[in-house]
Design a protein around this ligand. Structure first.
Ligand SMILES: NC(=O)c1ccc[n+]([C@@H]2O[C@H](COP(=O)([O-])OP(=O)(O)OC[C@H]3O[C@@H](n4cnc5c(N)ncnc54)[C@H](O)[C@@H]3O)[C@@H](O)[C@H]2O)c1
Length: 450
């Protein structure tokens, strides 16, 4: 801990201001006093780890306060500038005291990028309600937006304020990932540029890849060393690869590309065909890329514990109609509704997080786009590929070993693998692997795109 004396001009990051308080403020409770002090001494960062001790000095008129802050390595000091808290969330809570009285868990920091976008508009309220991390888990939301969405971010924060969520303890907003990602334990990376009319897939890979390269670097510099990252912004597999390559100090295993929406869609279609409620469908894997080359695996999936192929005997339907319906579901939804699947995507992000923080039911698994190094299936190393995972509920996962393959499944998986390898060559300049060379096999649309 570094100690700073606030009443005298001193050296150090937080001691440039000399501040004074009127004795009337002495009657404030310790939390309010601490809050007042933070306002009076602007350079004091809002952090749970800052300790403020005050005593009356210079007669009765001024307070002399000491601020203790954790020592930050010199190279990170620059990066650790103050994130911008929002409105009511700038009030300081004595979390420790509340944890004792209410047995609440330690606050967790969650960053959400693209926070002013459509998916986040559903997701943030689910996170704040306790639906995701549990009813005894206080959270801090750190909202990252683009320059253009600055005002909109404030609007989102206002709605969060007005919702009076008891578990939502802090909200900060910003457009600099180095500020917003400070100490985050979860990073939900949703923000990305949409594919504009006439834009080549290669252009989208480059434009969005740059966003994820920068965010990877920022996570590497300032996030918790064990941060879990879920990349949603498309093309999410390759964006996740770019992100992890730019964050060498964070385990590659901690990065996920969201394919849970595809899994949920596949379960729904199988349930519909078999005439069962969708909770009867289990062991559903989406293999590969979150694009139309994705492979919804009916060979290993089960209905009421029985292999799908024994329940739905129409193999042609499974190979053709079922597969295509899942792959193109997002596009159809846009056609019908004129909007993309923001709500069900938010639900699937919740599912993806819950799958990592709760133990996977015995015998079941879930799909996630994860790093292929060390995979037991023979899929090429060093890409992000959707595969079947199980978790003990500790945030980590292991790949499922007991899955079967046939020629059809392998052929489809290989096609998605080839596409991801081509995408990887296309972004070599962003992963530190030399000069990019773009030879995408075909311009596969992303689920959700027209
Ligand atoms: N993986 C999936 O299953 C899945 C499903 C649906 C949508 N998506 C993808 O999710 C992304 C977001 O979708 P949406 O409907 O919320 O889009 P949206 O356009 O409503 O919101 C995106 C937001 O991101 C912001 N943004 C842009 N660049 C940013 C940056 N560098 N940093 C932070 N924020 C930035 C924009 O200002 C905007 O507010 C898209 O790329 C979409 O294709 C993925």
């Amino acid at each position: 801990m570094a100690v700073a004396e606030l009443t005298s001009p001193a050296t150090g990051a937080y001691t440039k201001t000399t501040g004074r308080l009127h004795p009337s403020q002495l009657s404030l409770s310790s939390t309010r006093l601490s809050d007042q002090l933070r306002r009076s001494f602007r350079p004091i960062p809002r952090s749970r780890n800052v300790k403020i001790t005050c005593s009356v000095k210079y007669g009765l008129f001024f307070l002399c306060c000491q601020v203790q802050v954790p020592t930050v390595p010199a190279e990170r000091e620059e990066l650790k500038s103050k994130p911008e808290c929002y409105g009511v969330f700038c009030l300081t809570y004595d979390l420790k005291a509340e944890e004792e009285t209410r047995s609440w868990k330690k606050l967790i920091n969650i960053a959400v990028s693209g926070a002013a976008g459509m998916i986040s508009n559903h997701l943030l309220f689910k996170l704040a309600s306790g639906e995701v991390f549990g009813p005894d888990q206080p959270i801090a939301l750190k909202l990252l937006g683009s320059e253009r969405s600055r005002q909109a971010l404030e609007g989102v924060a206002m709605e969060l304020e007005d919702s009076l969520f008891p578990l939502l303890r802090e909200v900060s907003i910003g457009i600099d990932p180095y500020e917003v990602f400070q100490d985050v334990e979860w990073a939900l990376l949703i923000g990305a540029k949409p594919r504009g009319p006439g834009m080549e897939r290669a252009d989208l890979l480059d434009i969005n890849g740059q966003i994820f390269a920068e965010q990877g670097k920022a996570l590497n510099a300032v996030a918790s060393r064990n941060v879990k990252v879920i990349v949603v912004g498309n093309p999410c597999n390759t964006n996740a690869l770019i992100c992890l390559k730019n964050a060498p100090n964070i385990p590659a295993k901690n990065f996920h590309a969201l394919t849970r929406l595809d899994e949920n869609r596949a379960k729904c279609q199988l349930a519909l065909k078999a005439g069962v409620f969708y909770d009867k469908v289990s062991n559903m894997t989406i293999w590969g890329n979150h694009s139309t080359t994705q492979v919804p695996d009916f060979l290993n999936a089960r209905i009421n514990g029985v292999p799908v192929t024994e329940v739905i005997k129409d193999r042609k339907w499974l190979e053709e109609e079922f597969t295509e319906t899942v792959q193109k579901r997002g596009g159809l939804l846009i056609q019908k509704w004129g909007r993309s699947s923001a709500a069900s995507t938010a639900v699937s992000i919740v599912d993806a997080i819950k799958s990592l923080v709760t133990p996977t039911p015995e015998g079941d698994w879930f799909s996630s786009g994860v790093y292929t190094n060390g995979n037991p299936y023979g899929i090429t190393q060093d890409i992000v590929f959707s595969m079947p995972c199980r978790s003990k509920g500790d945030g980590d996962y292991e790949l499922v070993k007991d899955v079967i393959f046939d020629d059809y499944l392998w052929k489809r998986i290989s096609k998605s693998e080839a596409e991801l390898l081509a995408e990887k060559r296309c972004v070599a300049h962003l992963t530190g692997e030399g000069i990019a060379f773009c030879d995408l096999p075909e311009d596969t649309m992303l689920p959700g795109e027209m």
